[in-house]
Ligand binder design. Structure first.
Ligand code: HEC
Length: 105
């Protein structure tokens, strides 16, 4: 009896882990596609910037900004950077911040 419930627990755990792993890579792919479609024309596909006065995401200035600041800039816009609140949901924006950080490496 105990063994069965232990096994069930293990199966649930494994299934849960697989779902979590799949959905997080789906978000990463979405972020890459969204970035290409909506952001790359100003920030460059590699995030190196240069167009419209954008900075390299790998620059010390951008690295010094917190995730909360980057989220704020994407959500509300800043200067020539358009606001994306209403166009992208919170999860999309969170994924984009992670993606921006990955480009900075
Ligand atoms: C029309 C051009 C344009 C588009 C499109 C654009 N950005 Fe920007 N973005 C800018 C500019 C210009 C800045 C610098 C704003 C400033 O500091 O005045 C900026 C700043 C940022 C920053 C803050 C980093 C920094 O330089 O301080 C992030 C993060 C960012 N953009 C992400 C995105 C994402 C993600 C998208 C797509 C959803 C996007 N941007 C689309 C022009 C653009």
């Amino acid at each position: 009896m105990k063994l069965i419930s232990f096994r069930m627990g293990l199966v649930t755990l494994l299934a849960g882990g697989m779902v979590a792993a799949c959905s997080s890579s789906a978000v990463a792919q979405d972020a890459a596609a969204t970035f290409k479609a909506k952001c790359a024309m100003c920030h460059g596909a590699d995030g190196k910037g240069g167009k419209m006065g954008t900075r390299d995401f790998a620059s010390p200035e951008v690295k010094a900004e917190t995730d909360a600041q980057l989220t704020d800039i994407i959500t509300k816009g800043k200067g020539k950077m358009p606001a994306y609140s209403g166009k992208l949901n919170d999860a999309d924006i969170k994924g984009l911040v992670t993606y921006v950080r990955s480009l900075a490496k």
